[in-house]
Design a protein. Structure first.
Lengths: 118, 162
């Protein structure tokens, strides 16, 4: 282990911290969170997180996105790996769940418009 | 000399292929329950071939490994991902190798970061969103640990005279 190795590790950790901070700061502070579901880049669902729903998503595979009790998660998916199910439950604006094999993205966005409109 | 290099390259390619296959059998998610986190065992071969062979041979081994491992149960998507990650990791490691202050460990850590960034870029293209970048910090931190482990292994390996 040389001195430069420590610098390399510090650089990578700083980059991770920087991106993490940026995603937190850039996420709009909003009380209302909207759930948007995209399949292959196209929006197929958009509704407030307070609205309970079960959305089947069919791309190359079949997944089920569940919205309940202010949380969103992928309950079921027949994609290889099943990483999307392991990404857990999300509830804050700026968070995302994605399933690469099925090309599905669940995006939690905060709407600034609501804040302006009160 | 030419024959020896060809034979060594072929052995390294076979090793890289088996390592990428063995890695799928390891239940890493039981230890680190994060999707997408891999040990990157095959990167041992890439880094070793950059150090012990020449860049061109290393690149050939890398590309052939990516293509051939697709035959062991990969998809077109997984091929795109390993090529994107592998290419960026290769470029970063080749550059980092020229920095005297870095040992194999530092080169490996930077290579792992390059691999993660390449894969996130591929994911961003595939999903048509940069939202996937939110997952990059998790992968970068995990990459530091796996990168150190792989770099440590290669450091031991390059001391063996072939």
């Amino acid at each position: 282990m040389k001195k430069g190795d420590i610098a390399a590790i510090a650089l990578v950790l700083a980059l991770a911290l920087g991106i993490f901070a940026a995603t937190i700061l850039l996420a709009p502070k909003s009380a209302s969170v909207t759930v948007e579901i995209y399949a292959s880049g196209e929006q197929i669902y958009s509704a407030p997180i307070t609205e309970n729903a079960e959305i089947p998503v069919s791309g190359d595979y079949h997944s089920t996105v569940v919205i309940r009790g202010g949380e969103v998660w992928v309950a079921d998916s027949d994609c290889p790996g099943g990483d999307c199910m392991r990404m857990g439950r999300k509830s804050r604006a700026g968070e995302t769940i994605f399933c690469l094999p099925n090309r599905v993205e669940v995006r939690l966005s905060g709407s600034d418009l609501d804040m302006i409109a009160g | 000399m030419k024959t020896k290099k060809l034979a060594l390259s072929a052995v390294l390619l076979a090793l890289a292929l088996s390592l990428s296959y063995v890695e799928r059998l390891l239940p890493l998610e039981l230890v680190i329950p994060l999707p997408g986190v891999k040990l990157g065992l095959a990167n041992t071969v890439t880094l070793y071939s950059i150090c012990a062979l020449d860049p061109l041979s290393a690149l050939a081994i890398l590309i052939l490994r990516c293509i051939m491992s697709t035959f062991f149960g990969g998809t077109a998507t997984s091929l795109a991902f390993s090529l994107a990650g592998g290419a960026l990791a290769f470029a970063v490691m080749l550059g980092a190798k020229k920095i005297a202050a870095l040992s194999e460990i530092g080169v490996s850590v930077l290579g792992a970061a390059g691999h993660n960034i390449g894969q996130i870029l591929a994911a961003a293209v595939l999903m048509r969103t940069f939202g996937v970048a939110a997952y990059l910090p998790v992968m970068l931190v995990a990459g530091v640990f796996t990168g150190v482990a792989i770099g440590f292994a290669v450091q031991r390996l390059v001391r063996i005279k072939v």
